[in-house]
Write a protein that binds this ligand. Structure first.
Ligand code: ATP
Ligand code: MG
Length: 260
């Protein structure tokens, strides 16, 4: 279970970042009062355009960033005061977190399994299960740097799940993957959901959110602007599909004149 209460994250901007964002402001409000809950047996999708605040929100949940305001609890533990307990319960994957390219997937799996104190028998059973499922058995002893993008991502996902975490936090898990590899990943997420895990993913791919997520929170400019199951969102916006619903919400939030 993840509970986010009134999360606000404000970044102080360095001169370099100011130039990058083309602003004179010394702060950037990346997340602005977001509250949400994700439950066991559920895939919650954070859906939003570039810069909406998805990664920042997930980093706060994963204890990598401290909220400026608000509170987050994961399995009942506070992400700031009980970070260690939270980290034991979660896995976190983003595009920026990469496996060491000089080692093999098999070596990394064993290494992180060791860090988590997983016994050898469980570790080797789990490795075989995950690697077979992800079709990386034949590549398990190759250096990560020699693997394709899809293989690297599948290896990273397998390694992130080595400790069988209760809560899975994946930032754009299918980014850059072809449809077959993406399907392997989303099918596995559904299986994990069905086994009672709490899953939160971010995406800007409407079709993926529509098919994968049990509930969706739309975020724009750091604010949660809509939330519900697919059918609730479609009914609320009188929309045909999620993309249609998203554009209706987006227009309302940004003002009709900004996009047309
Ligand atoms: N370390 C940082 N310092 C300053 N500003 C930041 C930092 N990280 C992110 N931001 C800004 O905060 C806002 C939210 O960024 P975030 O990465 O959370 O968005 P996102 O929804 O994940 O976007 P994307 O779809 O591009 O991954 C953006 O305007 C971004 O430029
Ligand atoms: Mg992001």
């Amino acid at each position: 279970m993840i509970e986010i209460k009134d999360l606000t994250k404000i970044y102080k901007l360095s001169n370099k970042k100011k130039a990058e964002l083309k602003t004179k402001d010394s702060e950037k409000v990346a997340v602005d009062g977001v509250s949400l809950e994700a439950h066991p047996g559920e895939i919650y999708g954070l859906l939003g355009p570039n810069g909406a605040g998805k990664t920042t929100t997930l980093r706060c949940v994963a204890t990598l960033l401290k909220p400026t305001k608000g509170e987050i609890s994961v399995c009942g533990f506070d992400t700031v005061k009980e970070g260690k307990q939270v980290r034991d319960k979660i896995c976190f994957l983003t595009n920026e977190i990469k496996l060491d390219p000089h080692f093999s997937a098999s070596y990394m799996f064993d290494f992180f399994g060791g860090l988590h104190g997983i016994d050898n028998e469980t570790l080797s059973k789990r490795k075989e299960d995950f690697f077979k499922r992800f079709d990386i058995m034949d590549f398990k002893d190759k250096k990560i740097e020699d693997l394709s993008t899809g293989m690297k991502q599948k290896a990273a996902i397998a390694v992130s799940l080595v400790h069988d975490p209760e809560v899975i936090i994946f930032d754009e898990p299918t980014n850059g993957l072809d449809i077959i590899t993406a399907r392997v990943v989303t099918d596995f997420l559904r299986e994990l959901r069905d086994s009672g895990k709490t899953i939160i993913v971010s995406t800007h791919i409407m079709s993926e959110a529509q098919k994968l997520c049990d509930r969706i929170g739309m975020i724009i400019d750091g604010r949660k602007v809509a939330e519900g199951t697919l059918s609730e969102l479609l009914a609320e916006e009188s929309a045909e599909d999620l993309e249609d619903a998203f554009f209706k919400v987006y227009k309302r939030v940004k003002g009709e004149d900004k996009i047309s």
